[in-house]
Write a protein that binds this ligand. Structure first.
Ligand SMILES: Cc1ncc(COP(=O)(O)O)c(C=O)c1O
Length: 484
């Protein structure tokens, strides 16, 4: 029998198995037809009988052939059925998606590939928001902590773990949120998640049914909005002014709102801080409306004048606040570690959802992070990063003032890792042209429009500065001024 197996790679028996399978699928043997015995085929192919026997064994195991005995092999009758399939037609048909997948696709949830670190755009001065100063992170310490934990890994630490996350990390975080954010909670209320994004998604699954109303800030963080949209929420955008979400514009308490998502310590993207009176008004509204409030505290550690502002959670006497903290900005995004501080009544159902979704967050990073916090390195690094970011922020503001003067207006408080910059003499429709012109000279700048439900009537840019040093910031803005 002629069998072409010379062009494939791997052990001989596997190559013969593949060649036989291809021949069967192509219809060279009819269903039920008899195949050569192992002895005959081995002689034809000039290989050992054992090699052929191994190939036949695999075909039998997969159901392509049926063995009556060692020398009596027949092609399985099931082969005729597989031949009737028209895989090409199946491929072409548009798959029927769930309503949730449809909503996610409609919202264009996938980021452009240029936003991944694996495909950096060729920009010398990239003011992309969301990139921390990865090169200045204490990698040596981090590597040592990871290696030490890897060396210790025991059977216990390699098995399944609690959906709540690593106990000692939750314990360390309950101390940290108390010191840094004024939040008083016990470790049982803290759940470790894979980034804030998973926190928002689980919160949406926990509290929202299709058609439920959710209040979001306008403008807002699109990451959380997408999870609420995916859950089928009806979004109500409440405008943000110089004091954050305008609580006088919240829907009436009888409107049946389930959830309100805010970033009070550094509103995203405007950077404004919500003052005490508004915080209290928001909490009061939440209690009266029977709604929950999600506090997205993504970057509160970076406050450059005075102490970080206490979290909204710290003021909440009604146990209605779900606090979300992340390590993406203060360490690096690929760590995918964040945490949620939950009202006691929500802990158990949240854990059940986390367990159903992905069991629990991987352990190694959690263990090393516990050690980073316990050793004091974490908070020391935070202080250094804060000083460095403050300088970068001042440098960016200085460069913008020097080159653009009154032609730009800078929004936001003295904190965060980005600036919202309004371009006074530019029309909103010309922003894309300016971005393209800047990219041609190696400067990455980004529009503010994706963060608005309705595009604003002013031209605005969101400029991240944490990952550029002061020289790069000055050079980037000088270049930008040249092309504008
Ligand atoms: C407003 C806001 N919240 C949260 C996050 C953090 O997201 P994650 O923890 O999923 O990386 C970001 C990241 O860009 C953000 O801008």
């Amino acid at each position: 029998m002629l069998l072409s197996y010379q062009n494939t790679e791997g052990p001989l028996n596997r190559r013969i198995y593949i060649a036989m399978k291809v021949a069967i699928e192509a219809g060279r043997f009819g269903a039920d037809s008899r195949l050569p015995s192992t002895r005959t085929l081995a002689a034809d192919l000039k290989v050992s009988r054992n090699t052929v026997a191994l190939a036949y064994e695999q075909l039998v195991a997969e159901g392509y052939i049926v063995a009556r005995n060692r020398s009596m092999m027949r092609v399985s009758s099931a082969v005729a059925v597989t031949r009737r399939f028209k895989p090409i037609q199946l491929k072409r048909a548009k798959p029927k998606l769930s309503a949730q997948a449809g909503r996610v696709m409609e919202a264009s949830a996938l980021p452009p590939t240029s936003s991944f670190v694996t495909a950096p755009p060729p920009l010398h001065y990239d003011f992309r928001y969301g990139r921390p100063a990865i090169s200045e992170f204490p990698h040596d310490i981090w590597r040592k902590l990871l290696a030490a934990r890897l060396r210790q890994s025991s059977r216990g630490s390699l098995g399944y773990a609690s959906p709540a996350g690593y106990g000692p990390l939750r314990q360390a975080l309950s101390g940290y949120v108390s010191r840094a954010r004024g939040i008083s909670c016990n470790a049982e209320q803290i759940v470790i998640v894979n980034g804030s994004q998973q926190a928002f998604d689980l919160i949406a699954r926990l509290l929202i049914d299709p058609g439920d109303k959710v209040v979001i800030e306008e403008p807002h963080y699109h990451g959380s909005r997408l999870t609420f949209e995916a859950a089928g929420a009806k979004l109500i955008g409440v405008p943000v002014d110089a004091e954050g979400l305008d609580t006088t514009r919240l829907p009436v308490t009888s409107a049946g709102v389930r959830l309100c998502c805010v970033s009070p310590s550094h509103q995203f993207p405007t950077g404004v801080v919500m003052p005490l009176a508004r915080r209290l008004a928001l909490l009061e509204w939440t209690c009266r409306a029977g709604a929950w409030v999600v506090e997205d505290d993504y970057v509160s550690e970076f406050r450059y004048e005075g102490q970080p502002i206490e979290a909204l959670h710290a003021l909440d006497r009604g146990d209605r606040t779900i606090y979300v903290g992340t390590f993406s900005k203060i360490m690096f995004p690929s760590l995918r570690l964040a945490y949620v501080v939950l009202p006691s009544a929500l802990v158990e159902p949240f854990l059940a959802l986390k367990w159903v979704t992905d069991r629990y967050t991987t352990m190694l990073g959690q263990e090393a992070l516990t050690d980073l916090i316990a050793s004091g390195h974490f908070e020391r690094y935070l202080r250094r990063a804060c000083t460095r970011n403050a300088k970068r922020r001042r440098t960016l503001i200085g460069a913008l003032r020097e080159h653009f003067g009154e032609r730009v207006e800078i929004a936001g408080d003295n904190s965060g890792v980005h600036l919202l910059v309004w371009l006074n003499q530019i029309k909103p429709r010309d922003v894309e042209k300016i971005i393209a012109r800047a990219a041609r000279v190696g400067v990455g700048i980004y529009p503010i429009t994706p963060y608005y439900s309705k595009p604003p009537d002013r031209a605005g840019l969101l400029l991240g500065y944490a990952s550029l040093n002061e020289r790069e910031i000055r050079a980037g803005i000088r270049r930008l001024a040249d092309v504008l």
